[in-house]
Each structure stands twice: as structure tokens, then as C-alpha cells.
Design a binder for this molecule. Structure first.
Ligand SMILES: [Zn+2]
Length: 449
């Protein structure tokens, strides 16, 4: 009985090389004896072979090789995807486990509450031994978080395994030729990032009326990766927007208490008391169509506000923090909302398709309070927006510059702020010079800056 020579594995070779010759000799003797025993009583010896570790080490070419199954190093994982309407019992049933297994797992582990919160699309992976007994369970919440339950002497232990995504910096830089939205989109920026860019500069730039061809922006933002695959975009770290010759720069700053804000290089907040335009401009794709977007403001005529033409359903934002003092419907106004911002300022929003807030409700700036429509006396879907100071209608497009100044960072935070943004300033400058060198309208790239 001559075994066919098998190519030894590298790891085996290494192990054998490290194995003292004397031991090797002893092992060989053991192997020979076991081999003879195998021939006499096949069943028992086969059992012995499976559990005898040194055998592996002596599987040299010269040695006769009995028919040994590969050692089972790990029970394979069997995966189940959580379906709509699933509960633990149903999933366990699919994995050929019974109610007693569910019970044992739930009563014995600390994190078992999590097992009752199952969401469709999540996965569970089971390790079931050949006795049909559950040895381990992975509850994969998402790609970053898994709870691992492992059998121990008293039941199951549980460990939460968390993975940190790798953070990379990416940038985008573009000159606007038709609209911010198209420039951003053709630059591959996601809807979320365009929205965030608009949020950062929403207090200083009216993205509906003020953006012009030749305006440009540069954006430095985080990207999160896991196993070389992009998971999602992180926050904007720094951004610059040149609007009609005026350049605004914003840096993301994390306060010592963990809250986040955007500030210019002097530490002045980008967040102003009022938004320049209270509609989600990202839904208005043709920003330069000024015929369609026609600002009307004449205090001596009945029409005392600005009209923002936008598709029905476009979100309408609260221009500033405040309280809803009216939310209702009239024949002329259609669905309308009035917000008080402190005692001096008031904003009104008319012709809404739907209202999103109730009378008496507190609102935050940028919070969605309703959706553009054409209810009441309206020829087409648009937002009619009014801005009042001490009860008098004012033009929000010109009055905003006269409103209270934005907050600056506290002096005590200045040093931390400057430390945080110094790296970002360097990166932003590098992107800018790179973009100018490239002399193209659009630039994107992952930064090794
Ligand atoms: Zn109007």
C-alpha cells in the first residue's frame, strides 16, 4: 500500500524544518505503529488518527499516507438574511434550529435585547456543529457592526465587534457655467453633498437668485471606505464659494463639547439668523432661468413678497429659528404658515401644497415646514415669501445685510479653532492651485495632499 506522494504545504514544511530531528524520528515511529494498528482495527485507529496532532507534521513524501480526512479547523458559517416579518424563531427554523436554541441564546447573553430588534436585510450567520448544536451566531447589524454570540460553559457570551471605516479626503472644484446644480452633478457630487454645500453657505448666498455663470466652488470632504470599497461620504471639511466676485470660505470646526459648525478663517460663523432663500434650491435645476424665477418686491403694491417658482413638492425651509404662530388655509393664501423669529422678525410662506408644521410649534432654521404648491390665488406652483421687520414688509434680498451679525467664536476657542483648520487651509490652497494649473472647468480627485 503505497500512498501517492503529495506536495507538502509550505506551512507544513516550515513546521517540519523547525521540528527537532529526534522528535521527528519519534513521530515517525508513532506513525508507523499507528499505521499498523490501523490495518488491524481500522475503526478505532482511524479515530486515533483524527485526534493525533503530530501526524500532521510527519506527512512527508517518504511517509505512507493513510486516508485521513482534512482536520476540521472551523465549522463553516451558514448565512440567513432577515426577511420582512421575520422573528428569531422563524430565522432559527430556516437554519434548522429549534425553539430551545432560541430560548437558550436569549436567556444567557447580555446583548440579547438586540436579537429582538431585527431589520429586513440584516444578516445572521450560524455555526452549527455536526450534532446540530448551535456553537456561535453572528448578528450582522450592518457592515460596521456585528454582535457575536459564542457558546461557553454556561450558555452564550456575546461580543460587539465594531469596525472603523477608513477616512479619506476627496475634493471637487468647478466653475459654474449653467447652474450650481448641474456643475455639482457633472462633477459627480452626490445629492447629499450638494445639499450640504448649500447648507454651509445658505446664510450668505441666495442660491436661487444670486448664482451666476463664472461663479466657482471648491469642496474638500471626507469619504468613508471599508475593504477598499466606498461606504459613504463624510462631512464637508472645508469649502470655498466665489459668488459674483465675492469669495466665502468655510471650515468645519468641532467645538470642545462635540457640536459642529462652519466658520470662516476669522472664526465668524457661517450660520446667519436667516437663510438667503427658504427653498430647497437643489430641486430647482435651472437657476439661471430668471424669467421663471422672477423676484417681485414692491411695497406700494399688493404683492409684497418674493416668488420662488419651483416644482410642486419642493421642500420649504424655516428661514430662521422661531415659533409657528399661524398655520392654516385661506382662499387667497392657500395653505400658509407664519413664523415669528423673536419679537422683531416675522416670515410668511404662502400657496403651499402641504403644511409640515402646526401652530405653536417651535422650528429650527432649515427645518422643512411645508412643500411648494399652487393652493390659493396662484397661477402655478411657487412659494410666495414675505419678510417683516417690526410689522413692516421688507425686501429680504436687501434687508438681510442689515440684520444682526453672525456670532463669532469665543476667544477661548480661537486657538483650538486655528489648530483644527490649519491643515484644511493647506489642503484647500493646494486644491486651488492644482485646479488653476489644470485650467479645466471641472476637477475632482482623491487627495494625497
Ligand atoms: Zn407672490
Amino acid at each position: 500500500m503505497q500512498a501517492t506522494p503529495r506536495k507538502p504545504k509550505t506551512t507544513l514544511n516550515q513546521l517540519v524544518a523547525e521540528f527537532p530531528r529526534r522528535h521527528l524520528a519519534i513521530a515517525s515511529v508513532i506513525i508507523a505503529i499507528t499505521f499498523i494498528a490501523l490495518m488491524l482495527t481500522p475503526n478505532e485507529s482511524a479515530q486515533a488518527l483524527r485526534t493525533s496532532q503530530p501526524i500532521e507534521l510527519s506527512l512527508e513524501d517518504k511517509q505512507p499516507e493513510p486516508d485521513i480526512p482534512e482536520p476540521v479547523l472551523e465549522i463553516p458559517w451558514h448565512e440567513e438574511t432577515i426577511q420582512n416579518g421575520d422573528n428569531l424563531s422563524k430565522i432559527f427554523q430556516r437554519a434548522s434550529l429549534g425553539a430551545s436554541d432560541v430560548h437558550e441564546l436569549v436567556i444567557s447573553s447580555k446583548n440579547s435585547k438586540d436579537l429582538l430588534r431585527l431589520y429586513p436585510g440584516q444578516k445572521m450567520a450560524f455555526q452549527i456543529d455536526d450534532q446540530g448544536e448551535l456553537q456561535a451566531l453572528q448578528h450582522i447589524h450592518n457592515r460596521l457592526e456585528t454582535t457575536l454570540y459564542e457558546r461557553n460553559a454556561s450558555g452564550f457570551s456575546s461580543t460587539i465587534i465594531q469596525r472603523e471605516p477608513e477616512v479619506r479626503h476627496n475634493y471637487s472644484s468647478a466653475i459654474i457655467s449653467s447652474s450650481l446644480y448641474t456643475a455639482a452633478q457633472s462633477n459627480g457630487l452626490s445629492q447629499d453633498l450638494i445639499m450640504e454645500l448649500a447648507n454651509v453657505f445658505g446664510g450668505v448666498i441666495d442660491f436661487v437668485y444670486d448664482v451666476r455663470a463664472g461663479d466657482n466652488f471648491t469642496l474638500l470632504y471626507e469619504e468613508h471606505y471599508l475593504d477598499e470599497e466606498k461606504l459613504n461620504n463624510g462631512p464637508i471639511l472645508a469649502a470655498q464659494f466665489t459668488n459674483r466676485g465675492e469669495t466665502y470660505t468655510a471650515y468645519r470646526y468641532v467645538h470642545p463639547d462635540g457640536s459642529v459648525g462652519y466658520f470662516n478663517e476669522k472664526g465668524v460663523s457661517m450660520k446667519k439668523a436667516f437663510l438667503r432663500s427658504p427653498v430647497d434650491f437643489t430641486r430647482i435645476s435651472s437657476s439661471f432661468n430668471l424669467k421663471r424665477l422672477h423676484p417681485i418686491f414692491k411695497t406700494n403694491r399688493p404683492h409684497r413678497g418674493i416668488d420662488y417658482a419651483a416644482a410642486t413638492g419642493t421642500p420649504v425651509f424655516a428661514a430662521g429659528d422661531g415659533r409657528v404662530i399661524q398655520a392654516g388655509y385661506t382662499k387667497a393664501n392657500g395653505n400658509y404658515i407664519v413664523i415669528n423669529h423673536g419679537t422683531q422678525y416675522q416670515t410668511k410662506y404662502l400657496h403651499l401644497h402641504k403644511r409640515g408644521v402646526r401652530k405653536g410649534q417651535k422650528v429650527k432654521q432649515q427645518q422643512i415646514i411645508g412643500w411648494v404648491g399652487s393652493t390659493g390665488y396662484a397661477t402655478g406652483p411657487h412659494l410666495h415669501y414675505e419678510f417683516l421687520v417690526n410689522g413692516v414688509h421688507r425686501n429680504p434680498r436687501t434687508i438681510l445685510k442689515k440684520l444682526p451679525k453672525a456670532k463669532s467664536l469665543d476667544e477661548s476657542e480661537k486657538e483650538l479653532f486655528l489648530t483644527q483648520i490649519s491643515g484644511l487651509q493647506v489642503q484647500l490652497a493646494a486644491i486651488k492651485s492644482h485646479s488653476q494649473l489644470a485650467k479645466t472647468e471641472q476637477n475632482t480627485g482623491s487627495s494625497t495632499l
